[in-house]
Design a protein around this ligand. Structure first.
Ligand SMILES: Cc1cc2nc3c(=O)[nH]c(=O)nc-3n(C[C@H](O)[C@H](O)[C@H](O)COP(=O)(O)O)c2cc1C
Length: 184
């Protein structure tokens, strides 16, 4: 088992999601001591505070996956200048019941890809606000705002040559961030 296990939360349920493709591709740039597992969020019920004392099995599963991870990687689209509801729903579930927020203290990275020219900048900024409240140390720099372009992914689904160094630099910084916080 890898020394550092990272839970990857993709904020799109779409079959051909660019964000999922980005998540699949960027994790290939990490060193072998890191492993990445996408968490499932499409079977979570809509969050209802009445259920806090009796959380669904899918919610318990999500919380366990977050608890056992050494870091979290959020890869999210921008929906109407914010984060998608499905992502917020997952975040809310794992933050409750009150006092049992499993996100707390987990080092996080935030990236995203969009067809729009600002490349999820607003969405990421909203997400950072939420993560700050949840007490997650979140990598500040470098930022990654990607617009969908031909050649971003090669035929094998990896990051294409033109963007590889940029994303490699981000992954190197993210891994160092996780190590720093996992050690502390
Ligand atoms: C409800 C909705 C709202 C959207 N709002 C934005 C937006 O605010 N900014 C943007 O750049 N793209 C927006 N888009 C376009 C997304 O960038 C595009 O659908 C993208 O492919 C979504 O990510 P995915 O491929 O991972 O599903 C929106 C799409 C949907 C479905």
């Amino acid at each position: 088992m890898s020394k550092y296990q990272i839970a990857v939360v993709v904020g799109s349920l779409r079959k051909d999601s660019f964000n999922r493709k980005l998540a699949d591709a960027i994790v290939r740039l990490a060193p072998p001591e890191f492993s990445f597992q996408q968490v499932q969020i499409n079977d979570l019920p809509l969050y209802n505070q009445d259920d806090d004392a009796n959380q669904a099995e899918s919610v318990k599963r999500l919380k366990n996956e977050i608890k056992s991870a050494q870091g979290i990687l959020f890869v999210t689209p921008e929906y109407n200048r914010s984060i998608p509801g499905v992502l917020k729903n997952a975040i809310d579930h794992a933050s409750r019941p009150y006092g049992q927020n499993v996100w707390a203290g987990k080092p996080a990275g935030v990236i995203g890809i969009s067809i729009g020219v600002i490349g999820t900048a607003m969405s990421q900024q909203h997400l950072r606000n939420v993560l700050a409240f949840l007490d997650m140390p979140t990598l500040g720099q470098p930022e990654i705002f990607i617009q969908v372009k031909d050649g971003l992914f090669n035929e094998a689904g990896s990051i294409g040559a033109d963007s590889k160094q940029f994303l490699q630099n981000w992954m190197d910084k993210y891994c160092a961030w996780v190590k720093k916080h996992a050690a502390g």
